[in-house]
Design a protein around this ligand. Sequence first.
Ligand code: GYE
Length: 306
Amino acid sequence: APANNGGGNAAAGDKKITLGFAQVGAESGWRTANTKSIQDSAKEAGYELKFSDAQQKQENQIKAIRSYIQQKVDVIAFSPVVESGWDTVLKEAKDAGIPVILTDRAVDSADKTLYKTFIGSDFVEEGRKAGQWLADKYKDSSEDVNIVELQGTTGSAPANDRKAGFEEKIAANPKLKVIASQTGDFTRAKGKEVMQAFLKAHKDIDVLYAHNDDMALGAIQAIEAAGLKPGEDIVIISVDAVKDGMQAAADGKINFIVECNPLLGPQLMEAVQAVVDGKEIEARIVTEETTFTSEQAKEALPSRQY
Ligand code: GYE
């Protein structure tokens, strides 16, 4: 193999590290920022990056991982579109001696030796932050608060966990009622479509909880088209805090955003280097995150990177 003259970190013996990354897709603003972070930091680290986009389909990701195994990359990293069904392909990578790193989303495999580490957010905690804000806002309500929920991709870790964390926090107040909950697949188009259906079926929606900004932004279009004011007639909570979401919050259309940090590239490249060097690595690396009200979004917006 040629010597690494790129000025980045090289593995022992000066061989350039090859990283195969199987991405979920390009479903949201969060994903776009995540992809850019991974590509930029791989370049910065001097690694050769093989990158694939699975268009939100597990079968495509499995195919990509198998092709990385065949190409004998040094490390495979991926963001699993759904939680289950990974054991076989992860076992194939292990048998081939290729270490795997999970980023962003978790798998539910019982065998923890199938991957080196999982780098990403605590999605249950994100759901809890959303639920806690709502529980506080309506703590003295004497009337029912009707909530509709736009879930992320069915079977994905962020959809499962953001739902669970939210439910945990609103359970204490029986006035808080989820009257409808459906997937919007983390996309704007689906968020709009499902919100339209919710508005048709329910005349008395008080709150929308969307598992990401893009679905909330799609839903806002549906709410406005129905002659209602997002943020006033319907209180909106979402997750991510990407630029467009933060702008909607600053405009008062989203009332509360829970941050989910997509800039996982630098941490991933560090982990790749450690794995290649045979160093010990933490089994779980959690991303630090905050929350934003409309006021806080207005302040933070000018310095937002994504
Ligand atoms: O919140 C959403 C994206 O897995 C954390 O996927 C990620 C989620 C993110 O489509 O916008």
